[in-house]
Design a protein around this ligand. Structure first.
Ligand code: 5GP
Length: 360
């Protein structure tokens, strides 16, 4: 595993509350159990279960939602998630989260976001850059003269629209994202239970986001829904996540439009949406040089990390020539797919180049 951990990596599909540490999840669950808010013995099996259907995964997310409706907890989770990604040499993280309103505890979408921001600010163990680059400033995170021997990580944020939300609620999220561009918000994600909701509900907010200069990534094709997949591809998002239940015509549109795909191997296997790693669509996309990036999705919920995802891919698809060097190239190519500003891309490109030289 050591080699996969040491390789610099780019994470473009990670949900904040799905990336919560196991130990933190258990600790929070026990604490709420002791307060009588939840019955620990009734939820323990949901947390501990290994393979979960899509329906069960969303039951777990509903539980996590109960655990994380507190600003301080959100701040803590954000800090821990960034530390965890940085510790395995993720050098660029695009973290996505759904701003949530909870009147009972005085939480607005805005205060939710502030709590996440506080988490970013509170990381002290690694160097974090989340504020977009000042054009006047030529120093960058990976400049050789930066002088830091600590782990370094760029973090940018996507705000997620939950498929349960109304058009108004989706629009509120997009407006918040626009206000928070100065704090590193680069785009909008559409996620949440694929069994609910309708594309036309979110479309006005997604169009508005695009017109205002935000990037859009969509969870697409997690369940068979040919009409919606078509509509999503017609929208031409800057990236899509998953792309599992595609039919021939969808593959044709995807290939010709070259929309990059965020691939989440473990997540797809554990939610039983892909039968086995051997038949995963990653291999076809990789072989035809379609833009793809390996991602964790929910590293906490699926007990994975990005280094593991690269190793799993290399072990399963070695026959396609996906060895260590090719894995490094796959990771390096992901820099082209990030939503951050040009300076970040340039800095990361130079950094990957410098690492490539040491590989010989
Ligand atoms: P949060 O947005 O609360 O930080 O992260 C957890 C949320 O992300 C979940 O409640 C769900 O809405 C969304 N999410 C996480 N993983 C997946 C996934 O694999 N598919 C979809 N569609 N949504 C997901």
């Amino acid at each position: 595993m050591e080699w996969w951990v040491s390789m610099p990596k780019v994470e473009l599909h990670a949900h904040l509350n799905g990336s919560i540490r196991d130990s933190t999840l258990l600790e929070l669950t026990k604490a709420l159990g002791e307060k009588g808010v939840i019955n620990f013995s009734q939820v323990e099996h949901i947390i501990m279960k290994y393979n979960r259907s899509v329906k069960e995964v969303f039951q777990l997310f509903d539980l996590i939602r109960i655990l994380t409706t507190d600003h301080a907890i959100l701040t803590r989770i954000t800090r821990e998630v960034i530390e965890d990604f940085a510790s395995e040499n993720v050098v660029y993280l695009e973290l996505r989260t759904t701003p949530k309103r909870n009147d009972a505890i005085g939480m607005t979408k805005g205060s939710y976001f502030e709590a996440v921001l506080e988490g970013l600010r509170s990381v002290t163990s690694v160097d974090v850059n989340f504020i977009p680059h000042d054009k006047e400033d030529s120093r960058t995170l990976f400049s050789p003269n930066n002088g830091s021997s600590r782990k370094r990580i760029y973090v940018r944020l996507l705000l997620s629209i939950d498929r349960r939300e109304t058009t108004e609620a989706a629009m509120e999220t997009v407006k918040l994202a626009l206000e928070m561009k100065q704090f590193g918000v680069v785009g909008i994600d559409l996620s949440g239970n694929p069994l609910v909701g309708d594309w036309n509900t979110y479309l006005p907010a997604l169009k508005f986001a695009r017109n205002q200069g935000l990037y859009v990534s969509l969870h697409c094709g997690e369940i068979p829904n040919p009409k919606e997949i078509h509509q999503m591809l017609d929208f031409k998002p800057e990236r899509i996540g998953h792309a599992i239940c595609f039919e021939k015509e969808h593959w044709e549109i995807l290939k010709s439009s070259k929309i990059p795909v965020e691939i989440c191997l473990t997540s797809n296997i554990r939610t039983l949406t892909v039968r086995s790693i051997q038949v995963h669509h990653f291999v076809g996309l990789y072989k035809t040089k379609h833009p793809v990036v390996l991602c964790t999705d929910d590293s906490g919920v699926f007990s994975t990390c990005l280094s593991k995802e690269y190793k799993i891919a290399a072990d399963a698809f070695v026959f396609t020539g996906l060895g260590k060097r090719e894995s490094f190239e796959l990771s390096r190519n992901a820099v082209e797919l990030i939503f951050a500003e040009r300076q970040v891309k340039e800095d990361l490109t130079k950094y990957f180049d410098s690492v490539a030289k040491t590989m010989g």
